[in-house]
Design a protein around this ligand. Structure first.
Ligand code: GLC
Length: 810
């Protein structure tokens, strides 16, 4: 059975790189070569996006892996040049150069920057094995792609890695597993696999996505510091090159190709609470009241596996939850949503209609002998849906009706690597068959392993959409492949209540964000083991800035709801969660930007400051959007830490102190006042306090600005927070600019774009650090300012929906 641990790519049979090739044919944007027994196709999909495929000669190219969302690209201007030695395919932005003897492919942009150039000696090819020809089943032969490392090239991305931001000099395995509890930063493959690397060289970025759903390995200048290796155990070589030149350009195109994060329902950005498990209805009610009585905002409570009847998916345990509908409706009245866990294993049980129905419809995975494949998970012996089959996905999705009928708002897909119990810690053997439902579609598990989680999440999302077409689905997944972001948000599985895991969360979420999975979060407080008050409070100081904010812990551990450790921890947790609640307009604006461009919500500093190499290793701090920089404390008993502030002016959120970057500073961050910095002149939109999302309108809306000489522009995006009206223009987007000098601060709120009218009576401008002004003019008319919270000058703008200019003369 294929297992989790590293194998060296250089072992095995004899590797044969491609030899000489010749042009077979070409069309408007692509060309095909014959090289030995393979066909190589190079296609320009967009001015800054190329695709390369290497297939057996005569075999049809296939580019339809589960990762790919966009296949129909707009026609672009492409020119081709041909000589005896070389072919080129050029767009307006970049060129693919293909040398013919031997066949080697490289890329360059209009400025002459070269990137993703095949290693001259090793290029791309396959490993010759004695017992199988290069594309034979089940696995075919290993395939490899060697790229030259450019001068100064450094590697990032690679999905859910906990070990830091930079991947230069590392070996990366892409194979979904459920690691044993207590994984450390040395485990490089965890639950999801995204074989995508983002490189920076001299401040310029490019990306490479190696789209192969077998077990994949990268060697990023470890075996040789002059090259990188991208390889798979089998299948074809299909890879995409993103030309950049900024990380934002790369991630934008990458998420255009693999799919964008959908607009979330607004409630799913609120605070969430989970435990394995809240055992029965009484306990759930008690937890819900706990939040309301203690004035701690919360939107969602999760039901983990004990709500089921003997862990049978799509059932309710009638002793523990006799009236799910009544419970969920009561919770709804208090402003809570309920999300239920769903595992892929279906208990083999003749008296369980979900199982027998799936068997009658022939929707399960098979052994080589054609029997149902069985293994054990929570309910005992289970069959496993073949999610590669569209019919299975539809059936699975429809089964969710048992939840939506009871009022459940979201689906939590777990154990979908898939994780199996025999032997302990296993996943499916390579030779399990996914029949696929149609002739010719059957695949070995080894061929699609990394996609099983994505396909399950896809079934959940499509099912929710079919059941409630007017609601934005909320799906959470543990496993997945590149592109999973279009089906679900990802939580990062079973971390531990360790300070080390709090630290690891930061690179982990930043690496995911650079790899297209912007909507992600780790379990606050830690899942395995007992947490304590200080760790929990510090974890919230980090956790409320995650795109997804959920506290979760395992069976038998100490409770870790935000109040259980008493003071001072309870107050810290409360204040942090309240801050998140108030920041929702800012967060939601970031989600909408991400939905359109893939721009991460929680992002590494290097995303914004790629020219500044100090940011490349700044993995224990991060940006939330462009305007907030968060540097959490991740050690016990510590109140100070080093923070790197990149170029620009930054203000400490709590003290208001000003810092001019780039600068290394020692931040004082006593419990309850995390090192949080706001970029000068950016407007942070903040709502009022609320105990859950939607409790009241965003009224007043405060625009918090920290002026300092210079100019910045920011945006505020709002819509109904659910449904799809935004697609028809029912949204409100406003640009907000702030220009500050010694004598004057000018804030301009642009005209509202879109037809959505937020329900509110007051927009309030708060200028931090401005204690007096000679006069304040709103659209030329004098306005009396107030001295509001924290010594800020406050200007009340009333409804001010149209274009408005505020001038503050100092
Ligand atoms: C897995 C999940 C965890 C869940 C548990 C029980 O370990 O990662 O979050 O609580 O299963 O369902």
């Amino acid at each position: 059975m294929t297992q989790t641990f590293e194998k060296q790519p250089e072992t095995g049979g004899r590797y044969e790189p491609l030899g000489a090739g010749e042009l077979l044919d070409h069309d408007d944007n692509s060309l095909r070569l014959r090289a030995g027994s393979t066909t190589v196709e190079v296609t320009a999909l967009a001015p800054d996006l190329f695709r390369v495929g290497m297939f057996p000669a005569g075999g049809p190219p296939r580019y339809d892996s589960e990762a790919i969302d966009r296949e129909d690209w707009d026609p672009i201007e492409v020119s081709m040049k041909e000589s005896d030695e070389e072919l080129t395919l050029s767009t307006t932005a970049a060129t693919a150069q293909i040398s013919l003897n031997p066949v080697r492919i490289g890329f360059s942009d209009a400025a002459g920057r070269e990137f993703a150039v095949d290693d001259r000696e090793l290029g791309m090819g396959a490993v010759e094995t004695t017992d199988a020809d290069i594309f034979s089943e089940p696995l075919g032969s290993p395939v490899r792609l060697y790229k030259r490392r450019e001068a100064g090239e450094r590697y990032f991305g690679c999905g859910e890695r906990t070990s830091g931001l930079e991947k230069t000099g590392s070996h990366q395995v892409f194979y979904n597993v459920d690691p044993p509890l207590g994984h450390t930063a040395s485990f490089n493959n965890l639950y999801s696999s995204i074989p995508f690397s983002l490189s920076l060289a001299n401040g310029k970025a490019h990306g490479l996505f190696f789209d192969n759903t077998h077990r994949v390995e990268f060697d990023l200048a470890l075996a040789s510091e002059d090259r990188a290796y991208y390889g798979a155990e089998g299948g074809a070589i299909v890879y995409y090159v993103f030309c950049g030149p900024t990380p934002a350009d790369v991630v934008d195109r990458y998420t255009e190709l693999t799919g964008r994060t959908p607009m979330p329902p607004l409630w799913s950005l609120g605070n969430q609470q989970c435990r394995y498990s809240y055992m029965n209805e009484e306990e759930v009610r008690e937890v819900a009241s706990g939040f309301r009585e203690r004035d701690i905002p919360c939107d969602v409570i999760y039901l983990d596996i004990h709500y089921m009847d003997g862990y049978r998916v799509f059932t309710w345990n009638e002793d523990r939850f006799p009236d799910p509908q009544g419970l969920i409706s009561d919770l709804g009245e208090q402003g809570f949503r309920v999300v239920t866990i769903v595992d892929p294993g279906v208990k083999v049980d003749e008296n369980y209609s979900v199982y027998t129905d799936g068997r009658e419809k022939d929707l399960y995975c098979k052994t080589r002998e054609g029997e149902e494949y069985h293994n054990a998970v929570w309910p005992g012996v289970c069959a496993f849906p073949d999610f590669t089959n569209p019919e299975t996905r539809e059936w699975w999705g429809q089964n969710q009706k048992v939840f939506t009928d009871a009022g459940v708002s979201g689906i939590w897909c777990d154990m979908n690597e898939p994780a199996l119990f025999i032997p302990d810690g296993a996943t499916m053997p390579d030779d399990v068959i996914h029949p696929g439902g149609r002739a010719g579609e059957a695949r070995w598990h080894a061929q699609i392993h990394n996609t099983y989680g994505s396909l399950m999440a896809r079934a959940a999302r499509e099912g929710l959409l079919a059941l409630h077409p007017d609601e934005r689905p909320f799906v959470i997944t543990r496993a997945g492949y590149a592109g999973l972001q279009r089906h679900a948000m990802q939580w990062t599985g079973d971390n531990s209540s360790w300070w080390e895991h709090l630290w690891m969360s930061m690179p982990q979420l930043q690496n995911l964000a650079l790899s297209g999975v912007a909507w992600a979060g780790v379990d606050i407080g830690g899942f395995g083991g007992d947490t304590n008050g200080e760790l929990l409070a510090r974890w919230y100081e980090f956790g409320v800035f995650q795109p997804y904010c959920r506290n979760h812990t395992t069976l038998g551990t100490r409770h870790q709801e935000p109040w259980v450790f008493g003071e001072p921890y309870e107050s810290v947790c409360r204040e942090m969660i309240k801050l998140r609640q108030r920041l929702l307009p800012y967060l939601y604006t970031l989600f909408e930007k991400c939905h359109r461009s893939g721009a991460p919500i929680l992002r590494p500093l290097l995303f914004e400051y790629p020219e500044d190499e100090t940011t490349y290793t700044a993995d224990d701090e991060f940006l939330l959007g462009e305007a907030l920089l968060v540097a959490p404390i991740t050690r016990p008993g510590v109140e100070h830490r080093h923070v790197y502030l990149p170029e620009g002016t930054w203000f400490h959120y709590y003290s208001g102190e000003r810092f001019d970057g780039p600068a290394h500073i020692l931040a004082h961050a006593p419990l309850g006042e995390p090192a949080l910095y706001v970029k000068a002149n950016t407007a942070i939109p903040m709502g009022p306090e609320a105990s859950y999302t939607g409790e009241r309108p965003t009224d007043p809306l405060t625009l918090l600005v920290h002026p300092a000489e210079g100019t910045e522009e920011s945006t505020l995006y709002e819509d109904a927070g659910n449904g799809f009206g935004y697609r028809e223009g029912e949204y409100a987007r406003r640009r907000i600019s702030c220009e500050s000098s010694e004598a004057r601060i000018t804030i301009h709120l642009g005209e509202r774009e879109g037809s959505f009218v937020p329900e509110r009576e007051e927009v309030r401008l708060q200028l931090r650090g401005v204690v007096e002004a000679k006069s304040v003019l709103v659209d030329g008319g004098e306005r009396e300012p107030g001295l509001g919270e924290s010594g800020a000058l406050t200007v009340s703008l009333g409804e001010e929906a149209g274009s408005t200019t505020v001038e503050v003369l100092l």
